[in-house]
Design a protein. Structure first.
Length: 226
């Protein structure tokens, strides 16, 4: 049998699949000129999006059009990521957002909603589960201080209360990404992430320390929080 016949026979017995992999663009390359004009600190976002861990976005800024969730949904879609961004807010806010986001098809499948008015224990478990799956939680401003996820400590016995994002960060071991509006040029500022691993002690105590660092970033562009 000739050499060619041997090769053909071998492939017939155990077929080989020949294919080329799709070269996906880097996340930084997907940011448009418009994105660069709207956001500062996109490198902080792109670094975390490439990580397998989940992210808690503490969106303490006013953004009626929710441009950041739309941007993230677009990036997740264009990189064929299995991640999803979940917006956490009260029922009224989520209803308004759903109406305003109807026009972002085909990226709509990358955005989900979690109602902060539902059963607290179930919501906490859902949030931690989503983070462990590598998804992103986008905490609306009206939820940051109002929602106090359950911990062993009694909030009434403490003068200082942690942000809900810090509590979820300590429970899930995922980082918090603080977001604010710049008072200078109205750009949306994406600050450096605040990591849960930097703190030790009880969940409550660690969350208070982490909240202080998150608020420090927020106060850089929000003087009225002083």
């Amino acid at each position: 049998m000739s050499k060619l016949s041997n090769l053909l026979a071998r492939d017939y017995v155990k077929p080989r699949i020949y294919f080329t992999t799709r070269n996906l663009p880097t996340i930084d390359a997907l940011f448009t000129a418009s994105d660069q004009k709207q956001f500062r600190g996109l490198d902080n976002l792109s670094t975390l999006l490439q990580d397998s861990k989940g992210i808690i976005i503490n969106a303490f800024h006013i953004d009626y059009y929710q441009t950041l969730p739309n941007l993230i949904a677009r990036i997740l879609s264009e990189t064929y990521s299995s991640k999803k961004i979940w917006v956490i807010g009260p029922e009224l806010s989520l209803t308004i957002l759903k109406r305003s986001m109807k026009s972002i098809y085909p990226f709509r499948s990358s955005i989900g909603y979690l109602n902060a008015d539902q059963c607290e224990k179930a919501l906490i478990e859902t949030c931690v589960e989503k983070l462990h799956d590598g998804d992103l939680l986008y905490v609306l401003p009206e939820v940051s201080f109002a929602w106090k996820p359950g911990v062993d400590e009694d909030y009434n016995n403490h003068e200082e209360h942690p942000l809900c994002s810090a509590i979820l960060s300590q429970k899930s071991k995922c980082s918090v990404l603080p977001i604010t509006n710049s008072d200078v040029d109205n750009m949306i500022e994406i600050h450096e992430p605040v990591y849960s691993k930097d703190y030790r002690g009880s969940i409550f105590e660690s969350a208070i320390l982490q909240s202080r660092q998150v608020l420090t970033a927020l106060k850089l562009n929000q003087p009225h929080l002083e």
